[in-house]
Design a protein around this ligand. Structure first.
Ligand SMILES: *Cc1c(COP(=O)(O)O)cnc(C)c1O
Ligand SMILES: [Zn+2]
Length: 411
C-alpha cells in the first residue's frame, strides 16, 4: 500500500487511485490511510493534515478552519462545552477563508488530487458557494476550471483574487440539480473530469479537516456534531474523520452523534430519514418551484447521496443520527442569536445548524455538560466586504434548453 488506498464500501475491493470516483457498483469509495495516527505536519493551512488527505504533495494555498470554545452562545444556551468550528473570515481569531464557506476546504485538496493523476480540466457544478471556493483557488494558481451554475445563483460567484482566464462559467436556466446534470455531461468529454461531488474522496476528506482541527482544541472527539446539510456530504465527511480519529486511539472511541439540519421547505433527507426509509422516494422531494421559498437555496439538492452504500443514511445509522427540518422563523432567530452573542455574521445555512442546536437543547437531545461541535460552515462575509473588493465572475454562456452546442464554443 502506498500512502493511501481506496476501498469500495460495497464489494470491499481495494482500488488504487487515479482520481477514481467509483468501482463497478454504485457505492462510495473511502480512503484508507497507512498512517493511523493524526499527524500534524509543519505545513500551512489544511496541509498540516495532509497525511489524511488523498494527495502526495501540497500547495501554498488552502486556509484551514478554526475551532474555539464558545462563551457567547454557549452561555445563552446553558452549554458548558460547546465548541465552534468556523470556516470563514474572522481575522482576529485567525480565520482567513475569504470565500466564507467550508467549500474552500474541499477545493485545494481536490485540485491537488486532480493534478497528481491527470491534467484534465475539472468541471464543477454548484449553487454558488462551491463555485466561489473553486474559482478562488483556480484563479490564484491558474488551474483550468469549468463552473456550471444556475443563473439565479450567479450573484454568489465572486472571488477576492484577480479573475483568471483559466476559468469558464456556464450558467444554466434551471436549479442546482440541472447544473449537476449538465456538469456530468461536460465532465464525460475528452480532456474534462467531473469533480465528483460526494464521490470525490478529496472533497470529503478535505471537509473532514473540520473534525481533525476540532480535536486539537477539544483533546477528544465531541459527543455531538451539528451541521446544516443539502447533500449531506459534510455529514459523511465528519463521520469518516471520526472513524479515523477513533482508530488513532487518543480521542475516545465513540462516534459523535450526527445532528444534521435541513431547510424545512426542501428537506428530502429529513423526509426519508424521519419515515425510516433507506431510499429517498419522489414524495420526499418537493417540486423545484418551492426552492425560491427556502430560507437558503444553498441547501437545495434534489438528489443527495443518501441511499448508496457509505452515504448519508449509512452515516446517520452508524452515528445514531438525528435530522432536523428548520423553518424560516427559527432560522432567522438563530442567526440573530448567534451573531449577537458571538460577534460575527454567519451565512444562512450556518444559521440552520444553529437553529438545530437550539432545538436540541430545548428537546434535551443534548445535556449541558456534553462536548458539542457546532460547524459554522460559513461566515464573516461583512468583514470580507470591508477588507477586499469582490470580483464577480460573469457567465461565458447561458444555457437555456440543455443545448450543449453553445457550451462547446466557449470551452
Ligand atoms: C454546501 C454548504 C452546506 C451544506 O453542505 P453539505 O454537507 O454538502 O450538504 C452548508 N453550509 C454552507 C455554508 C455550504 O456552502
Ligand atoms: Zn465495489
Amino acid at each position: 500500500m502506498g500512502r493511501y488506498q481506496l476501498r469500495c464500501l460495497q464489494c470491499n475491493r481495494i482500488i488504487s487511485d487515479h482520481y477514481t470516483l467509483r468501482c463497478h457498483d454504485d457505492a462510495l469509495l473511502r480512503t484508507e490511510y497507512q498512517e493511523r495516527k493524526l499527524i500534524i505536519k509543519d505545513l500551512p493551512g489544511i496541509w498540516k493534515f495532509s497525511e489524511w488527505l488523498p494527495v502526495s504533495g501540497s500547495m501554498e494555498i488552502g486556509d484551514a478552519p478554526i475551532t474555539y470554545k464558545s462563551e457567547g452562545i454557549a452561555r445563552e444556551l446553558g452549554l458548558h462545552n460547546l465548541y465552534i468550528s468556523f470556516s470563514g473570515y474572522l481575522p482576529e481569531r485567525g480565520a482567513f477563508i475569504r470565500t466564507c464557506s467550508f467549500k474552500e476546504l474541499e477545493a485545494p485538496a481536490t485540485f491537488q488530487r486532480s493534478i497528481e493523476h491527470d491534467k484534465k480540466t475539472l468541471v464543477i457544478p454548484s449553487a454558488g458557494n462551491t463555485a466561489r471556493a473553486f474559482a478562488q483557488i483556480a484563479s490564484k494558481a491558474g488551474f483550468p476550471l469549468v463552473i456550471v451554475i444556475p443563473t439565479s445563483d450567479l450573484f454568489r460567484l465572486w472571488i477576492t483574487n484577480d479573475p483568471s482566464d483559466s476559468i469558464r462559467v456556464i450558467a444554466v436556466d434551471g436549479d442546482y440539480y440541472d447544473a449537476i446534470m449538465l456538469g456530468d455531461r461536460i465532465g464525460q468529454m475528452n480532456g474534462f473530469q467531473s469533480e465528483g461531488g460526494a464521490r470525490n474522496v478529496a472533497r470529503r476528506d478535505g471537509m473532514g479537516v473540520v473534525m481533525l482541527d476540532s480535536v486539537l482544541s477539544m483533546k477528544r472527539l465531541p459527543e455531538h456534531y451539528f451541521q446544516a446539510i443539502g447533500s449531506g456530504t459534510g455529514g459523511i465527511a465528519a463521520y469518516e474523520a471520526s472513524l479515523r480519529l477513533i482508530g488513532d486511539g487518543r480521542f475516545g472511541n465513540h462516534i459523535p452523534r450526527l445532528h444534521l439540519a435541513q431547510d424545512s421547505v426542501f428537506a428530502p433527507i429529513f423526509n426519508a430519514w424521519s419515515r425510516n426509509r433507506s431510499k429517498i422516494i419522489p414524495e420526499d422531494v418537493p417540486d423545484k418551484s418551492r426552492i425560491k421559498e427556502m430560507y437558503t437555496d444553498i441547501l437545495s439538492n434534489r438528489n443527495p447521496p443518501y441511499s448508496l452504500r457509505g452515504g448519508v443514511a449509512d452515516a446517520l445509522a452508524s452515528a445514531s443520527g438525528l435530522v432536523y427540518a428548520i423553518g424560516n422563523e427559527e432560522a432567522c432567530d438563530a442567526k440573530r442569536l448567534f451573531e449577537d452573542s458571538e460577534g460575527v455574521d454567519i451565512l444562512r445555512p450556518a444559521a440552520i445548524a444553529v437553529a438545530a442546536l437550539c432545538r436540541a437543547v430545548d428537546n434535551n437531545n443534548v445535556d449541558s455538560g456534553d462536548t458539542i461541535l457546532l460547524n459554522i460552515t460559513g461566515g464573516g462575509l461583512s468583514r470580507v466586504k470591508e477588507d477586499y473588493t469582490l470580483n464577480h465572475l460573469d457567465a461565458d454562456v447561458v444555457v437555456t434548453d440543455g443545448n450543449i452546442d453553445e457550451v462547446m464554443e466557449v470551452l
